[in-house]
Design a protein around this ligand. Structure first.
Ligand code: HEC
Ligand code: HEC
Ligand code: HEC
Ligand code: HEC
Ligand code: HEC
Ligand code: HEC
Ligand code: HEC
Ligand code: HEC
Ligand code: HEC
Length: 340
């Protein structure tokens, strides 16, 4: 028998788990003063005494950066270097700032003479923008001066998203010089996200989980890493919209709806993973008993209840209420009981 006491204990345990979870989250964001946007803009202008000289001149004396340049030229951003593309020019100085001072006095002859003496010649890179040391907001501004919300629609909500607010910059996820592929592929996104989201990693390792590690579902199927329009950076308008993209049979509308409970799939399911089967928040019957009283069945469809059915009552409500997500078929009593 599941008494009210059992129910209370269940909800107490849930509360405790929730509290433990919430206290684990606290303290992630350190408070730092947010400077006026002008201050960040100044940081990204670069050396005011220097002039823009173009990639050709920047790299004329030097083979040190050949690999970077080849990869960059092959990338979507580098492809813009073609003058006839009609797109804004993206070159080394777009991000690193004007380079005339950095290469002042650097000639191919000097580089060669030094090489002969076993000396590597570096440009005076300290006159360039110190990208690594900029505050996250300024780092992102470097990219956002071109990737405005109009140019890159996905970035529409960037400033309001939790990543921007928590000082995760574009650099954290996009390594411009890792290779020609600037975009993070869905498959690579999992590993990338796990570097900071260990709790999500743990959830996707639970006995029941969305097949992320199996390569069939990706973080970016549900989340916009740039901040979505719904809570939790979701791509779609809300929870149900997120889920029914891939589970259209649960969309409805049904003749017999489970009140508005199914509007929020998370009333019963955990989105990443769960210790319970079918991603359920709690095992049956506890799941259902959070909102319902248990009940006895003395008669079923005209006959008496079998021993097997009687046992089922205490374990799985959905053995009988199998169309729990909604149904178009009335029960024998003419109501919507989700039994067929
Ligand atoms: C879209 C912006 C962007 C463009 C364009 C760009 N870089 Fe970078 N570059 C960066 C960022 C961001 C870093 C890394 C800062 C950090 O380590 O956090 C970086 C780092 C570097 C480094 C340091 C070494 C390394 O590999 O991390 C060199 C050298 C460099 N860039 C050269 C170049 C050259 C040469 C070009 C032109 C072919 C170029 N960059 C174009 C953004 C850019
Ligand atoms: C000078 C302008 C400019 C700057 C600065 C700039 N970008 Fe770009 N970026 C472009 C253009 C133009 C494209 C190619 C067109 C497009 O995809 O929007 C592009 C393409 C990209 C793409 C690939 C899009 C795709 O679909 O393959 C990524 C990712 C990207 N940029 C990230 C960054 C990051 C991160 C930064 C800052 C470190 C940055 N960009 C700075 C202009 C810029
Ligand atoms: C938390 C990680 C993360 C951060 C931070 C991030 N991105 Fe992305 N970005 C991604 C991923 C993942 C994709 C691939 C999205 C996909 O496949 O749907 C992507 C895709 C893109 C694209 C490709 C075009 C598009 O619309 O999908 C551009 C351009 C881009 N990002 C620019 C930026 C800029 C600029 C910033 C900083 C303002 C930034 N990103 C910050 C993870 C990130
Ligand atoms: C099937 C869709 C789906 C996939 C795939 C998914 N998420 Fe989520 N995620 C959600 C939903 C829905 C929520 C909202 C949970 C809530 O409101 O309680 C969420 C919440 C979150 C949160 C905030 C709450 C928390 O648990 O800390 C983070 C962080 C997060 N997801 C990261 C990730 C990462 C990282 C990945 C990939 C490894 C991922 N998610 C894949 C649907 C998904
Ligand atoms: C450099 C660390 C870092 C990386 C990489 C990173 N995140 Fe985050 N993420 C954070 C921080 C910090 C927060 C804010 C604190 C929190 O809620 O955990 C956050 C919050 C979130 C949230 C909460 C809800 C919201 O409104 O955005 C989601 C969802 C999320 N990240 C998804 C992702 C996904 C998906 C990826 C991979 C594409 C990713 N994160 C990569 C650091 C990171
Ligand atoms: C990108 C597609 C996609 C999205 C979005 C998605 N799912 Fe799934 N879901 C899957 C796949 C794939 C499976 C595995 C099906 C299989 O193994 O046959 C699955 C399985 C499930 C299962 C059964 C798990 C099990 O152990 O058998 C449940 C429950 C579920 N999803 C609920 C949800 C909920 C709730 C949401 C919204 C938060 C959601 N799904 C969003 C693709 C998705
Ligand atoms: C009232 C609780 C409840 C709500 C709300 C709920 N589910 Fe379920 N769901 C269940 C139960 C219980 C099971 C397991 C049934 C079983 O074991 O046969 C299940 C199973 C599933 C499955 C796997 C089996 C199948 O039928 O395909 C998917 C997928 C699923 N739910 C998706 C969703 C989606 C999407 C939503 C939101 C639109 C949602 N659920 C809302 C209780 C719920
Ligand atoms: C978050 C709360 C919640 C959860 C969890 C929940 N339900 Fe419900 N359920 C409701 C509400 C609210 C109604 C509509 C109440 C009404 O009309 O009397 C309802 C209606 C029903 C009905 C139909 C009653 C009727 O009058 O037609 C059945 C049967 C039912 N639920 C079974 C279940 C089962 C089985 C589970 C577990 C898999 C479950 N519910 C989980 C809230 C919940
Ligand atoms: C042996 C099959 C069976 C099991 C197991 C079962 N039910 Fe039912 N349930 C029924 C039948 C049959 C009805 C009445 C259908 C009708 O009115 O036609 C019903 C009705 C309901 C109603 C509507 C009651 C009302 O008074 O309107 C709710 C709510 C409900 N069940 C919840 C549950 C919950 C919660 C569990 C698990 C603890 C559960 N059921 C287990 C067969 C079952």
């Amino acid at each position: 028998m599941f008494t009210r006491e059992h129910q209370l204990r269940e909800s107490f345990l849930t509360m405790m788990a929730l509290l433990a979870f919430l206290s684990g989250c606290a303290g992630l964001k350190e408070s730092k003063t947010i400077l006026p946007i002008r201050e960040y803009e100044k940081m990204i202008v670069g050396n005011l005494d220097a002039d823009y000289i173009g990639t050709q001149n920047c790299l004329a004396a030097c083979h040190e950066h050949d690999r970077l340049r080849l990869a960059f030229d092959a990338s979507t951003m580098g492809a813009q270097l073609q003058k006839d593309s009609g797109m804004p020019l993206v070159d080394c100085e777009s991000c690193h700032g004007p380079g005339s001072l950095a290469v002042k006095g650097l000639t191919p002859e000097l580089v060669e003479t030094n090489a002969g003496k076993g000396i590597r010649t570096a440009c005076d890179f300290q006159t360039l923008i110190d990208l690594k040391s900029l505050p996250a907001t300024a780092q992102s501004l470097i990219c956002l001066k071109c990737h405005t919300a109009n140019a890159t629609f996905n970035l529409h909500n960037w400033n309001a998203g939790l990543h921007a607010v928590n000082e995760v910059s574009c650099f954290a996820c996009h390594n411009v010089h890792a290779g020609p592929d600037l975009k993070v592929t869905p498959l690579a996104s999992g590993q990338l996200c796990f570097t900071c989201h260990q709790s999500a990693q743990a959830q996707f390792s639970m006995p029941s989980h969305h097949p992320l590690k199996e390569g069939r579902v990706f973080c970016v199927d549900c989340h916009n890493p740039h901040g979505g329009f719904a809570d939790q950076g979701l791509l779609q308008d809300g929870i149900k919209e997120t889920c029914v993209q891939c589970h259209p049979d649960k969309r409805g509308p049904f003749l017999y709806e489970h009140a508005d409970v199914v509007e929020n799939c998370l009333n019963c399911h955990s989105p990443h993973g769960s210790v319970n089967s079918k991603l359920l928040n709690a095992r049956e019957p506890f799941l259902c008993l959070q909102c319902h009283e248990g009940h006895r069945i003395n008669k079923e469809e005209g006959g008496s209840i079998s021993a097997e059915r009687a046992r089922a009552f205490y374990t799985r409500c959905t053995d009988c209420h199998s169309t729990i997500h909604g149904s178009d078929v009335p029960s024998t009593a003419g109501g919507g009981r989700f039994i067929r």
